[in-house]
Write a protein that binds this ligand. Structure first.
Ligand code: PHE
Length: 452
């Protein structure tokens, strides 16, 4: 079977930026920035993105394009049928299932809030009651299961359509909508609460050394992998649909640039509300689902703002979820020669089942023994495992593979093919080879072998 390809260059950039821009940018980045005191955390995060994220992004896309196949088959093709590197492909497939299973639950919450914005459930309620809406949702197993199912069905529906007619077409429509909505909300914030905007500026841009802990630095690095969809083969898979005439470095710069821009803008559309309405930014995961609805309920045209915000969140999540599902789907297509419809449906059902414990986590959970053993529920365990360990380790191994084990000629040719940045090859290779050192320091610190 002929391998599918992106219809246009822009299509690839929008699909890959769609993968990168997701809940990580709009739900997670603002709250971890809030928890880590803003300024300096943002600066360190930007450093991680530029020095570690960008070179690994180029490497992943390059591996995918060179092999023209999805993770497991890619390592086999490039390094031989028995190569141990195929384990890295496997890690990606496992990660795709794990992340999508809980990601879809969070995305489901935003679908729920779209409906809530349409029927105006906050009218006449006190802030505590509005915050309580989320607690009720979180605890309701049936609501979580329903939304998890609805969101995954949408994801399956798009991936079912294939690379060009499903993924690319959806991203070409959804991504511009997303950019417009982000822009509109930032402008609204600026007009509605100029003083909050000024405070947000100070909070996000002023480095305050006191507030940043070594844990914050780890979080910045871990998050840069999550937000750029690195370390688990998503970019590799999207890269495998790229043609040799396309410029990998230029596309990577676009993807990383757009992702970073949206993360920063997300802060500028959330913190002005929070700071301008007497709330604090360090509220953890509830920032978007509890605090914002309370503020929205007091704003002029608050329901519309709320609707736009949660539609935006759902769209961002959807374009990321399709890239996660495409990783597992393309595994079955490439390795087991399944037809796409069968591969999509089977991976969709596996993810649906795997997400059940996460969907039920808030209502006391399915497995109390699990919680007793790990000290956190299923949902948090999956998130912690994936974003703190699997992606960081995956990124580390990918950098070593691409930096040291890919044949130099192939790597050089692939880097230069279609690119006007061919001359930067030594710079890229050098950074790629150094980046694992930074990741290693972080990993050693995490396992307690290094103390700061
Ligand atoms: N990058 C996505 C986000 O920021 C999450 C994601 C991770 C998507 C890994 C695909 C692969 O929300």
């Amino acid at each position: 079977m002929m391998r599918a390809h992106w219809g246009t260059r822009l299509g690839f950039i929008l699909a890959a930026a769609g993968s990168a821009i997701g809940l990580g940018n709009i739900w997670k980045f603002p709250y971890i920035t809030g928890e880590n005191g803003g300024g300096l955390f943002v600066l360190i995060y930007l450093g991680c993105v530029a020095v570690v994220g960008l070179p690994i992004m180029i490497a992943e896309i390059l591996i995918g394009r060179a092999a023209q196949s999805s993770p497991v088959s890619a390592y086999k093709r490039l390094s031989g049928e028995d190569s141990p590197w195929q384990a890295l492909g496997w890690l990606g497939v496992v990660c795709a299932f794990v992340i999508l299973s809980y990601y879809s639950v969070v995305a489901g919450w935003s679908l729920n809030y779209i409906i809530l914005s349409l029927v105006d459930t906050t009218h006449g309620k006190t802030p505590d009651q509005i915050g309580g809406i989320f607690d009720t949702l979180y605890k309701s197993g049936s609501a979580n299961l329903l939304w998890h199912f609805v969101f995954l069905s949408l994801t399956v529906g798009i991936v079912y359509g294939g690379v060009q007619r499903g993924i690319e077409k959806a991203c070409r429509v959804l991504m511009p909508m997303l950019f417009v909505m982000v822009g509109a909300l930032v402008v609204y914030c600026l007009i509605e609460t100029p003083s909050g905007f000024a405070k947000a500026f100070g909070f996000i841009l002023e480095p305050d050394r006191e507030k940043l802990t070594p844990r914050g630095v780890l979080e910045a690095l871990g998050h840069s992998f999550f937000t750029l969809s690195l370390g688990m083969g998503a970019m590799l898979t999207y890269g495998s649909y790229m043609s040799k005439e396309d410029d990998i470095t230029r596309s990577s710069l676009w993807i990383v640039g757009l992702d970073t821009l949206i993360s920063m803008l997300a802060c500028f559309m959330i913190f002005p509300f929070v700071l301008g309405h007497g709330q604090v930014p360090a509220q953890g995961p509830g920032l978007v689902f509890k605090t914002l609805p309370i503020i929205f309920s007091t704003l002029p045209a608050g329901l519309l703002v709320s609707l736009v915000f949660f539609v935006l969140l759902a769209l961002a999540a959807l374009t990321s979820a399709i890239s996660l599902l495409e990783v597992s789907t393309s595994y079955f297509i490439d390795e087991h020669e399944w037809e796409r419809p069968k591969a999509v449906l089977v991976t969709g059902v596996i993810t649906l089942v795997l997400g059940v414990p996460s969907a039920l986590a808030g209502g006391g959970g399915m497995l109390p023994e699990w919680e007793a053993m790990f000290g956190m529920n299923f949902f948090d365990t999956f998130d912690y495992l994936a974003s703190n360990w699997l992606l960081t380790f995956g990124g580390f191994a990918t950098a070593i593979y691409a930096g040291w084990f890919l044949p130099d000629r192939l790597r050089r040719e692939e880097f230069a093919s279609g690119s006007r940045f061919g001359k930067l090859y030594p710079v890229w290779l050098w950074t790629l080879r150094v980046s694992p050192v930074a990741i290693l320091v972080v990993l050693l610190y995490k396992v307690g072998l290094l103390k700061v």
